[in-house]
Design a protein around this ligand. Structure first.
Ligand code: TZP
Ligand code: MG
Length: 212
């Protein structure tokens, strides 16, 4: 039984580029209807003005459904759209800088790429950790550690912060990943590449609810 330390068990990470069959806003809305609990907008190589416009449109949608919006790696955009929070990786703006600059940040996520990060101040002041990646994925190839189930168990023993599992999460491995100690399942392609994102989200959520 996994605790709901992080009450968003199905976490969609979305970008325009990763949405194969519909616009990112259509995918986001379908995914929310299917049961996604939180959305992170993750645009890479996107000028601030364009990032802001996408975030603003997505924020309107997430507000309509009362779903939290997280912005990946752009503090200015996150603050301007009054997002729920931000997610950063180890080579992005450090969590300590975000805490100082953005008092309104309600949720600060940090990618965990190596065990020696666990003892750092940056990890300690973050609200939750992205276990990144759990399994090898074509969606993001510049990764360091493929944690696997053993990696999740190991991290779980060492830290009580919410763990968000990301990297090739799909209907076949969700149960094992939650049982290993993850609190939330984050997906890109399992929803963004699906012909029917609402159905994909619904099935993923069902699988999660059977396990937690
Ligand atoms: N961070 C670690 S893996 C990953 C990110 C953003 C991509 C996950 O994509 P997918 O398609 O769910 O494997
Ligand atoms: Mg980064």
């Amino acid at each position: 039984m996994t605790s709901l330390a992080f009450p968003y068990p199905l976490y969609l990470v979305i970008s325009e580029r990763d949405c194969k069959h519909q616009s990112f806003l259509e995918v986001a809305e379908a995914a929310i209807r299917g049961g996604v609990d939180l959305i992170q907008l993750r645009e890479k190589d996107c000028p601030d003005e364009m990032y802001f416009l996408k975030a603003e449109r997505l924020k309107e949608l997430t507000d309509k459904y009362d779903i939290p919006l997280i912005i990946n790696d752009n503090l200015r955009v996150a603050m301007e759209v009054k997002a729920f929070g931000i997610h950063v990786g180890t080579t992005d703006i450090p969590p300590s800088t975000i805490r100082k600059a953005w008092k309104g940040c309600k949720s600060l996520g940090y990618s965990l790429e190596a065990l020696d990060q666990l003892d750092t101040e940056e990890t300690q002041i973050s609200d939750w950790l992205g276990v990144s990646p759990v399994f090898k994925t074509q969606t993001k190839e510049d990764t360091l550690t493929e944690w696997g189930l053993e990696g999740i168990r190991n991290i779980r023993e060492k830290i009580s912060k919410p763990l968000i599992a990301i990297g090739n999460m799909n209907i076949d491995n969700i149960a094992a990943v939650l049982e290993a100690g993850a609190d939330s399942i984050a997906v890109v392609s399992a929803i963004c590449s699906a012909k029917n994102p609402e159905k994909a989200a619904f099935e993923l959520k069902n699988e999660i609810l059977k396990t937690i």
